[in-house]
Structures are given as structure tokens and as C-alpha cells.
Design a protein around this ligand. Structure first.
Ligand SMILES: [Zn+2]
Length: 352
């Protein structure tokens, strides 16, 4: 039998946790699903809801066939007992109308109203609130009332990146379930499955830098960042010949060219640092696994490899903190490349 959960990678512990709660009859009425951006929290919440409705499986199995009337209705977006809201495109907060209804129909439509009605086609109603930290005060207060006196058989799922960004009064009425970054393998599988990359090599390369997040992987696949990554790798292949001033000017100009505004330049600069760190990390991994075939490592001499590379990585982390702390990107990069070049020229500490 097929399972709709096949579309989800990872997060099986969290699924088992819900299964245990349902089996023991201890499902709470409200949960906050939280964890880094782009790891599948919304997908999980939707599958959980679908599993509550699926006719082919008892609720405690947390399983959905994907084929029964309920599953098909759910996927098609017309299952009457499921309500989903989130941040509309271009908005900075969830409109109160989605929670309490338009001003002339306040309290007679919207999420809170619909949730209070009896289920029409299943045993319970499920509400999913994406970007839950984007509710304004009014919306949060309205939801709070529902959380204080939850309708029977209602399940409320709030999805957000950081539980601390929710009102404490809301958080304390929900059970918080943490989600963790995906593994590199899971990220690369999703990239291939969603046809976001063409080859398994591409998938692995992007996954290695995506910090377990499909959102980060997506940014990384932006053609301009991709070109930047290739340019940087090309420069780093000739690490020992590095001319710090030249390279920092070159990459800074490139960052300016591909970024509109300082905010984006800062974000792209962080990517640049990740690329450099990624490049060095690959070499470090090879060294520690006893693979000395890398031409760059051979030129530097294998004996001092780890000693040489590890301090370079430390220096990159310092630069990342400076960029995070709003230091001017150009100056941060110039100083960093200068230090990297000096460390390379002097060789590893142990050999000085
Ligand atoms: Zn089904």
C-alpha cells in the first residue's frame, strides 16, 4: 500500500511521538511545530492532518493512504474539516480576517469560527497556522481564546521557525515539538526528487552546504550564487598563489553586482564565506579520511594539512561574525583574505 508520508524525508521520531499520543488517547488539542526554516515542518503538519482524516488507517497509525476519498479531498484542497492559513505573499503579518473574519462578519467566519463547528466529514477538525509568529496582537489574542477553551475534537497546529517568537501565553497552551535540520542525504534526495538539480553530484554538493534546509538549498541554486560559488572555487584551487587584495576586490565587486542593496549583499557575503569554508572542509574531510589524492593538498604537503586548514576555517568564522554584526562587507573580506594569505605563506603553526 502506498503512503502519503513517502513525500517526507526525516522527522520519523516526531511522527512516532504523535502516534504514541493518539494511541494512548492523549493527543493535545494544540501543538507548536518548530525548527529551522525549510526542513519540512509544514509538510509534516499537513501529513499529520491528512492522517487524521484518512479512511484507510486508524488515527493512531499516523498514516495516510493518499487514495481514499478523504485523502484525495484533502490533497485537492477541499476537505471541509481542514483549515489552513499563513502569511499571504507580500504581507508582513497574518491578516486578522483570516482568524476572525472580515470586519463586517467578525466572529462569523475565519479560523476560530470554523474550528468551533462540528466536523462535517470526519471525526475532528484540524487547523494549521503557518508562520504563526506573524500573527499580530489582535490575531494572537483571538487565537488565545480558542486555545483556552478549545472546541471538542479540534486539533490546532502552529508552525513557526522559533517558539520564542510566539506570545508566551500562546506557547504555554501548546505542546512544543522540535524539528531538526535534515541530513545531507535527505536534502540531496529531496533536491533530486523535486528536480531542483540535474545530477546526484550536484545534489550532494548543494546538500553539503545547505545546513539541512531546503530553503537554503534553494537560495544556493540561484544562478548568480552558483556562478559566485564556481568563481570562488576556481580562485581557491590556486590557494597558494592567492593575491589577497586582488581576490577580495574581485569578489566584493561581484557581490555588489549580484546584490540589490546592502541587506542582500550581506546575505550573499555569508554565502561566499560558506563556499570558502565548504571548499576547505571538503579538503579537511579528505585528509582526515586518509585520502591524499587532492592536488591542492599534495602541493601543500600532506603532513601539515590539518594544521594548515583548521586555522583558516577559524578565520572564516570570525569574518562571518563580523558580517553578522553589520561590519562593512568589503573591509571584512579584505582583512580576511589578507590573513588567509599570510597564514598560507607562513605555513602551519607547528612548522614555524
Ligand atoms: Zn486515505
Amino acid at each position: 500500500m502506498t503512503s502519503a508520508w513517502q513525500a517526507l524525508k526525516g522527522h520519523q521520531e516526531q511522527r512516532a511521538l504523535f502516534a504514541r499520543s493518539v494511541e494512548r488517547g492523549r493527543l493535545s488539542h494544540a501543538y507548536v511545530l518548530t525548527g529551522p526554516e525549510g526542513i519540512g515542518k509544514r509538510k509534516f503538519a499537513r501529513l499529520l492532518a491528512q492522517s487524521m482524516f484518512c479512511r484507510e488507517h486508524p488515527a493512531h497509525e499516523i498514516e495516510a493512504c493518499g487514495e481514499c476519498r478523504a485523502c484525495r479531498g484533502f490533497v485537492a484542497g477541499n476537505w471541509p474539516d481542514f483549515i489552513e492559513i499563513g502569511l499571504p505573499a507580500g504581507k508582513t503579518e497574518i491578516p486578522i480576517a483570516l482568524i476572525l473574519g472580515e470586519s463586517d462578519r467578525r466572529g462569523r467566519e475565519g479560523l476560530c469560527f470554523e474550528l468551533a463547528m462540528s466536523p462535517q466529514a470526519s471525526e475532528r477538525r484540524v487547523a494549521l497556522i503557518n508562520d504563526a509568529h506573524r500573527m499580530n496582537q489582535e490575531g494572537a489574542n483571538a487565537l488565545l481564546k480558542t486555545l483556552e477553551e478549545p472546541p471538542a475534537n479540534a486539533l490546532i497546529l502552529l508552525v513557526c521557525d522559533n517558539p520564542d517568537s510566539l506570545l508566551p501565553t500562546i506557547r504555554s497552551r501548546c505542546q512544543v515539538i522540535r524539528f531538526f535540520p535534515l541530513t545531507e542525504v535527505a536534502v540531496s534526495e529531496i533536491l533530486l526528487f523535486e528536480q531542483m538539480v540535474e545530477t546526484p553530484e550536484d545534489a550532494l554538493q548543494v546538500a553539503a552546504m545547505a545546513e539541512g534546509s531546503i530553503t537554503l538549498a534553494q537560495q544556493l541554486l540561484n544562478p548568480e550564487l552558483r556562478a559566485l560559488r564556481e568563481m570562488v572555487s576556481g580562485q581557491l584551487e590556486l590557494l597558494e598563489q592567492m593575491k589577497p587584495l586582488e581576490i577580495s576586490k574581485h569578489v566584493s565587486d561581484e557581490l555588489d553586482r549580484i546584490s540589490s542593496g546592502t541587506e542582500e549583499a550581506r546575505r550573499n557575503a555569508k554565502w561566499l564565506l560558506r563556499f570558502i569554508a565548504g571548499f576547505l572542509n571538503v579538503r579537511l574531510k579528505r585528509l582526515t579520511s586518509g585520502d591524499f589524492s587532492d592536488p591542492l593538498l599534495q602541493r601543500f604537503g600532506v603532513r601539515c594539512g590539518v594544521d594548515l586548514l583548521a586555522p583558516l576555517l577559524d578565520r572564516i568564522i570570525i569574518a562571518a561574525h563580523q558580517i553578522e554584526g553589520n561590519s562593512p562587507v568589503r573591509l571584512v573580506l579584505e582583512a580576511m583574505f589578507d590573513d588567509l594569505a599570510r597564514q598560507l605563506r607562513l605555513g602551519p603553526l607547528s612548522a614555524r
